[in-house]
Design a protein around this ligand. Structure first.
Ligand code: NCD
Length: 298
């Protein structure tokens, strides 16, 4: 069987990403009409064992736009895991009913495990503090749309670089596009060495004001409190918070992105600045996910 799972961005090539972006634009420009029957008779199973608003809703919208049907189990309380069923049995069961699994799990590596158990494609919609490849694809798509290029980018990664899976997946793209990466985070939640070695790090600091002038893209993340019980009160966003004042020192065409949900790391008073692209980023997520679904079933 020709199985196309999306588990990590690690081995994705520029050609592969270009192709996804081209198709996202095609589907978008046709307002979804061009591929509206593409998933006819396909059943997509969304299994979200952690909270989600955007990833779930955008995959659901993408499934509907391409004419597929969706089954959702979005709360572990409503799965037989609570009755003591094994993860393996649950995944095999889902395969009996559906043509694809979109999986969010609190445990790193679980999407990969699932992809080895079943014959149908599995999409990793976030695995603990591992990766979030489809978010990174929508992030790259957003940089492409907003900046008009993916080369020669000075990328600032801000906030919780240790536990944010969106950051980890984005690092692999920073590598293939040869971006200059600036890490801006408290020391205890800095980028793990493994990812540091993956991309071209040009600066590391706790204070955004030290590097803000140099950045083309500022990618902000929230503190992943749920992944570090007990530590959550130790981190303050003061040194890297995005405010209109901080942004008065940034380039006029520097964009600010965030995977959302946000806490207090971007002031809402910055939202009306044209450099705040995070709500457009959210819409891009739906179109790139249409393109990802198309790829998986092509
Ligand atoms: C992110 C996630 O789930 O990793 N959210 C998302 O999918 N847009 C970021 C986060 O939870 O902080």
């Amino acid at each position: 069987m020709n199985k196309k799972s999306i588990i990590t961005t690690k081995n994705m090539t520029i050609d592969f990403v270009d192709n996804l972006i081209t198709n996202a634009e095609k589907i978008r420009n046709s307002k979804g009409n061009e591929f509206s029957n593409f998933l006819q008779n396909k059943i997509i199973f969304s299994l979200f064992l952690e909270p989600s608003t955007r990833t779930y809703a955008s995959f659901a919208a993408a499934t509907h736009k391409l004419g597929g049907k969706l089954i959702s189990v979005n709360d572990p309380q409503y799965s037989s895991l609570v009755k003591g069923e094994s993860y393996e049995d649950m995944i095999k069961t889902i395969e009996c009913y559906s043509d694809m699994i979109i999986l969010r799990s609190p445990t790193k590596g679980m999407a990969e495990v699932a992809s080895k158990i079943v014959e149908i494609p599995v999409i990793n919609a976030g695995d603990g503090d591992g990766e979030h490849p489809t978010q990174a694809l929508l992030d790259i798509y957003t940089i492409y749309r907003e900046k008009g290029r993916l080369e020669n980018i000075n990328l600032g990664l801000v906030g919780d670089l240790k536990y944010s899976r969106t950051i980890h997946s984005l690092c692999y793209f920073a590598k293939i596009y040869n971006m200059n990466v600036y890490c801006i985070s408290p020391k205890d939640i800095s980028l793990p060495e493994y990812y540091e070695n993956t991309c071209n790090i040009v600066a590391k600091t706790e204070k955004i004001e030290e590097v803000v002038r140099e950045l083309d893209v500022i990618y902000v993340t929230r503190i992943q409190k749920e992944r570090m019980p007990g530590l959550q009160n130790n981190f303050k966003t003061d040194l890297y918070k995005i405010t209109p004042e901080i942004m008065s020192n940034a380039r006029k065409d520097c964009i600010v992105m965030h995977p959302f949900p946000r806490n207090d790391e971007i002031c809402t008073s910055f939202d009306n600045d044209k450099r705040a692209v995070y709500f457009r980023q959210i819409e891009n997520g739906m179109w790139i996910r249409c393109s990802i679904l198309k790829y998986c079933f092509s």
